[in-house]
Design a protein around this ligand. Structure first.
Ligand SMILES: Cc1cc2nc3c(=O)[nH]c(=O)nc-3n(C[C@H](O)[C@H](O)[C@H](O)COP(=O)(O)OP(=O)(O)OC[C@H]3O[C@@H](n4cnc5c(N)ncnc54)[C@H](O)[C@@H]3O)c2cc1C
Length: 438
């Protein structure tokens, strides 16, 4: 019989959550194995994407000296409300965004995750790639005491396992933390392209003064055919990240093909000129969990914790996921360290993790926006009605018709109630308020 492979802790999945947990555990002096199914950390991962430095700094206070492979700082950001032929832009630019390190940077995950995982390795974690964890190993009392991988002789033992496997949470289910697969109404599918362009061209097109400026735009309305969903456009150093996401259910119900929705968005008259002459260097699709606070799995059981997308920790409204994942991974790591100190790996002890998370923005925000999916479900017209209205009202407002301004203003108000009754608007606004305030 080969000797048992024993570690102090096992982390499954080298994304932001898992790497953060591994860093905390390795720095705490534990023997930790970080297992990743991809060829390297980041090989299977992509996002919009904007990374937030507050969460990174909490995990790795000297991250800046370690030269993270960011793309551009986000120095201007906001929303575009897109109609079939126009756009209302709500953008914010401030000197505040110019400080270094900035609050947020655009990044490409293949580079970032791989760098982040190397920081865990430099602190003592063992990273094993090209290895998929297929199941839990349990003792006679049903407690998790290790994982089974797809390698021959691939059983690895540890008193604590942190599952950070991302949105396809098969292992989370096998660990008994989640009872069933998620319905398509609670998962979004996002398609993204990374389009290469010379940096000077990007700067001219987006009015950026150099590589130390960058843009992050979230787009609603016609970009997603007026359906509840979001599109995005972010500037990288030598390329543009562009994508569009809808709930899986919308793709099915409206018989939409994800690549056609993205192609349509790229051909919008407002978007097309920004992409002209660019070359598609990366193309992919990825799921985003939207099940939220009320449908989260149990975050702890005997010998196991779960963090990040696997537990639905995404605030889609604010395009935040990596920072929730890093914060949850860090707290899972800290709970595992405390469990080692007490030599107590029971679910009762590990539930401290959920209590810690409840006091952070992670669960506070998820709780606040718990009704957002229901809001979008019950007001499917929201994006088309109000976004198109905003564009038509702007056109009326900014055009001179030879009419007195009072008449023009009255017309703009009338236009709204031609689209939706007074009570309909009142109901929509109340539901929006409830969705935003929890
Ligand atoms: C299109 C898109 C745009 C987004 N934009 C943003 C954004 O702008 N800003 C933001 O903050 N967030 C954004 N997000 C969300 C963000 O990407 C996620 O919330 C974040 O990556 C979650 O981190 P994680 O570590 O939990 O999971 P992941 O990053 O998914 O990492 C999970 C890892 O586990 C590995 N794995 C899975 N199963 C196994 C297994 N059985 N064995 C071994 N390894 C396994 C995977 O290969 C992967 O490396 C976006 C997501 C998408 C899809």
């Amino acid at each position: 019989m080969p000797e048992k492979l024993m570690y102090d802790a096992i982390v499954v999945g080298a994304g932001p959550a898992g790497i953060s947990a591994a860093i905390v555990l390795a720095r705490g002096g534990l023997k930790v194995m970080l297992i990743e199914r991809g060829r390297f950390a980041g090989a299977k991962n992509f996002f919009g994407g904007v990374l937030y430095t507050h969460a990174l700094a909490d995990v790795l206070p000297d991250y800046w000296d370690r030269k993270p492979p960011f793309e551009r700082p986000v120095t201007e950001q906001g929303y575009w409300l897109m109609s079939p032929d126009g756009v209302v832009r709500i953008m914010h630019k401030s000197q505040h965004y110019q400080k270094e390190p900035a609050d947020a940077y655009t990044a490409l995950r293949s580079g970032f995750d791989s760098w982040f995982a190397q920081q865990a390795v430099s602190l003592g974690a063992l990273l094993i790639t090209k290895t998929t964890v297929v199941d839990a190993i349990r003792d006679e009392k049903g407690r998790v005491i290790g994982v089974r991988t797809d390698r021959p002789d691939g059983d690895i033992y540890a008193p604590i396992v942190i599952v950070s496997e991302g949105v396809n949470n098969l292992l989370t289910q096998k660990m008994g933390l989640m009872k069933a697969d998620l319905p398509p109404r609670l998962i979004a599918l996002s398609v993204k392209e990374y389009i290469g362009l010379p940096s000077k061209e990007i700067e001219t097109r987006f009015n950026l003064s150099g590589a130390k400026e960058g843009l992050a735009i979230d787009i609603f309305g016609d970009a997603t055919l007026g359906l509840p969903g979001t599109a995005f456009l972010y500037t990288d150093k030598q390329g543009i990240s562009i994508g569009v996401g809808l709930l899986l259910e919308e793709f099915v119900q409206h018989r939409l093909k994800p690549y056609e929705v993205l192609a349509r968005f790229k051909n919008h008259p407002v978007i097309k000129p920004y992409l002209a002459g660019g070359e598609t260097l990366e193309y992919g699709a990825h799921l985003i969990p939207e099940f939220g606070y009320d449908r989260m799995p149990d975050l702890a059981a005997d010998g196991v914790l779960v963090a990040g997308d696997a537990a639905g920790m995404v605030d889609a409204l604010h395009r935040e996921g990596t920072n929730l994942a890093m914060t949850a991974g860090r707290l899972a790591g800290e709970t595992a360290l405390a469990a080692h100190k007490q030599n107590d790996f029971s679910a009762g002890f590990l539930r401290a993790y959920r209590r810690d998370l409840e006091s952070t923005f992670v669960l506070k925000d998820l709780k606040q926006y718990r009704r957002m999916t229901d809001f979008l479900d019950s007001t499917p017209h929201f994006m088309s009605t109000y976004v198109n209205y905003a564009n038509e009202a702007a056109l009326r407002y900014f055009s001179a018709h030879g009419l007195p301004k009072r008449d023009m203003e009255d017309n703009i108000v009338k236009m709204l109630f031609q689209r939706r009754s007074f009570f309909g608007v009142a109901r929509d606004m109340l539901k929006l308020f409830q969705g935003m305030r929890g």
